[in-house]
Design a protein around this ligand. Structure first.
Ligand SMILES: Nc1ncnc2c1ncn2[C@@H]1O[C@H](COP(=O)(O)OP(=O)(O)OP(=O)(O)O)[C@@H](O)[C@H]1O
Ligand SMILES: CC(C)(CO)[C@@H](O)C(=O)[O-]
Ligand code: BAL
Length: 279
């Protein structure tokens, strides 16, 4: 069973005794196979694996699902025991945001206001601020993030690079259900009907990626046509970008990203797209 740190002091003490290299896997709990894949990837390269389980209030906007976000601590600890995590940091909110703090935050820059950031203003300030705190507390050599949250991964990489933080960020490919749906803690909100419909999202991305050799317009048209077959899914965006979330190139590597709502549940997904461009 991993050692459990409830306070920053516990984490600092436990961290000091860990054999390196140390990997950090930040999560909000409600763990599934996607999280387990991050821990396994971390195990492959690290001497010790620290997992944080913390539902970070500052990345939720007013009216979002902070209060009903699934909290499954006993099952999470059992999963992390199976996966061989060494330390789990599971603090109360006051440990991470102590009363009386001055409220310094990390500004994600312009990339924090597009795509997810346009729909969830302030979200990436909350994400980068808590990730910076976790990195400062756990002082990992490696930190693992899923490609499912591609904009988050891109912004964490940018923060580490641009603030010269001394660690390597490792991205892990998206783990999917058999029908293609990306695993997500929020999938448990879906009704049986919405769960079936939700698979349309990954089908749309696959259709888009298959159209890559025919160029950017064909990619968006193919993905959009599949999404439109499920009127119960309301897209927030369907976007084709370069791999760093800049404007899509004419040819070469690109990324196709989608966010869609099924009822009150927002689902995200993305895939790489090799663009052929005009010949
Ligand atoms: N299907 C997945 N495959 C790979 N990594 C994943 C997957 N789902 C989540 N992750 C990664 O796990 C880490 C923790 O994510 P988080 O705890 O928010 O889970 P989540 O399933 O993304 O939940 P949510 O429903 O809140 O988006 C993030 O780096 C995230 O990208
Ligand atoms: C990285 C993270 C743990 C920060 O709260 C969260 O955004 C998540 O679970 O993806
Ligand atoms: N996995 C992203 C965390 C969030 O939606 O707040």
């Amino acid at each position: 069973m991993p050692a459990v740190a409830r306070t920053t002091a516990d984490l600092t003490r436990l961290r000091a005794a860990l054999p390196g290299p140390v990997a950090l896997v930040p999560t909000m709990g409600a763990l599934h196979e996607g999280h387990r894949a991050l821990v396994r990837a971390a195990r492959e390269r690290a001497g010790s694996v620290v997992v944080s389980v913390f539902v970070n209030p500052t990345q939720f906007g007013p009216g979002e699902d902070l209060d009903r976000y699934p909290r499954t601590w006993d099952a999470d600890l059992a999963a992390l025991t199976e996966e061989g995590a060494d330390v789990v940091f599971h603090p109360p909110v006051e440990e991470v945001y102590p009363p009386g703090a001055l409220g310094v935050t990390v500004d994600p820059g312009p990339l924090g206001s597009v795509l997810e950031g346009a729909v969830r203003p302030g979200h990436f300030t909350g994400v980068l601020t808590v990730v910076a705190k976790l990195l400062g507390l756990a002082r990992p050599d490696l930190a693992y993030f899923g490609e499912k949250d591609y904009q988050q991964l891109t912004l964490v990489r940018a923060m580490v690079r641009e603030l010269a933080l001394p660690l390597e960020v490792v991205g892990v490919p998206t783990v999917r259900e058999d029908d293609g749906l990306a695993l997500s803690s929020r999938n448990r909100y879906l009704s049986a009907g919405q769960r079936v419909t939700a698979a349309t999202i990954s089908r749309a991305l696959r259709a888009g990626a298959d159209a890559g050799p025919r160029g950017a317009d064909a990619v968006l048209a193919a993905a959009g046509a599949v999404l439109a077959t499920a009127p119960e899914l309301v897209p927030d965006y369907l976007a084709l970008t370069d791999p760093d979330l800049g404007p899509a190139p004419v040819s070469g590597p690109a990324r196709l990203l989608v966010a869609a709502r099924a009822g009150d549940t927002r689902l995200l997904d993305n895939v790489p797209v090799p663009l052929g461009g005009p010949r």
